[in-house]
Design a protein around this ligand. Structure first.
Ligand SMILES: Cc1cc2nc3c(=O)[nH]c(=O)nc-3n(C[C@H](O)[C@H](O)[C@H](O)COP(=O)(O)O)c2cc1C
Ligand code: SF4
Ligand code: SF4
Length: 267
């Protein structure tokens, strides 16, 4: 039987986890959640997973909207799991996802959170302990993979109203979160920012990126720019950039071009 993992990523932490889980499952497809993801989910999957970063105690807006709109037939025999990467404060991310799935008549069977590198560059400087943090993420991923392989069921707590406040505020403001972005003269018109944007929110006009206010706040453009030419207000000029060392911009952007499904390759 086949397995499928839907993933969302900005800086690669979640794609790394999704790839590691996919490697441990037979016949596992990796599908990016991005602007043009097909909503139809064929039946007959043994497992369907969602792997994404925690944003303000919930899934990215695009992941939540995918779950709201996805089209599927009978999934009663499918084991459904989610894994959220996060930086240290996970909130009610698993309950949020469980709640979204429940509204579609689906039961989340397993949810896990994996601490990873904090990537919100517009909010804080990037910590220097990259290797230590990523080692910890790798160690914490192993038991999660074992649980998913074994199709372990865990109870998912109910979502409380108070859990939703911070997340709902974040979601309400998200689309315009690129409005403080500015591109300086170091830009070499390479197009990487456009290619890694899951929202297809960036076009190059006269060689320079233009943002169209459909932002997911994923940090991919600002973090992957090889010239550090994108900055947020006056906050990020002196901050280091971070992307997961195993997941470069080409690895991410290939999932947004022409192809929605990839079997578990090691690229
Ligand atoms: C907009 C935004 C909001 C975030 N909110 C939280 C948060 O509330 N708690 C937390 O622990 N980490 C938070 N993070 C950090 C990410 O969840 C974490 O770095 C994640 O591993 C990034 O995954 P990615 O590399 O796949 O994009 C946030 C990051 C962004 C960009
Ligand atoms: S990634 Fe950076 S250098 Fe490349 S087009 Fe975008 S802003 Fe310019
Ligand atoms: S514009 Fe930048 S931060 Fe916004 S969704 Fe696209 S890549 Fe992510």
């Amino acid at each position: 039987m086949k397995n499928r993992i839907y993933f969302f990523t900005g800086t690669g932490n979640s794609l790394k986890v999704a790839k590691d889980i996919a490697k441990a499952l037979p016949n596992c497809e990796l599908v990016a959640i991005y602007k043009d993801t097909l909503l139809e989910i064929p039946s007959g999957y043994e497992r369907i997973g969602f792997v994404f970063p925690n944003y303000a105690g919930g899934p990215p807006s695009m992941v939540a909207n995918f779950v709201r709109k996805m089209k599927f037939s009978d999934q009663s025999d499918t084991y459904i799991f989610c894994v959220a990467t996060y930086a240290g404060n996970n909130g009610a991310v698993i309950s949020q996802m469980g709640n979204l799935l429940q509204k579609r008549g689906l039961q989340l069977n397993y949810g896990a959170k994996i601490i990873s590198y904090p990537n919100a560059l517009t909010a804080y400087p990037m910590p220097i302990e990259v290797n230590d943090i990523l080692k910890k993420a790798e160690i914490n991923t192993k038991p999660v993979i074992d649980s998913i392989v074994a199709k372990q069921h865990i109870p998912i707590s109910n979502l409380e109203e108070s859990d939703k406040e911070k997340y709902d505020k974040f979601i309400a403001l998200i689309q315009n979160s690129n409005s403080g972005y500015d591109v300086n003269d170091d830009c070499i018109s390479c197009g990487i920012c456009r290619d890694v944007c899951p929202a297809k929110n960036i076009t190059l006009e006269d060689g320079k990126p233009v943002f169209h206010h459909q932002c997911e706040c994923c940090m991919a453009c600002i973090q992957h720019c090889p010239k550090r030419a994108i900055n947020y207000e006056n906050k990020t000029q002196d901050r280091e950039r971070y992307t997961h060392p195993d997941i470069g911009h080409k690895v991410i952007s290939q999932y947004y071009m022409h192809q929605d499904v990839k079997s578990n390759d090691n690229s």
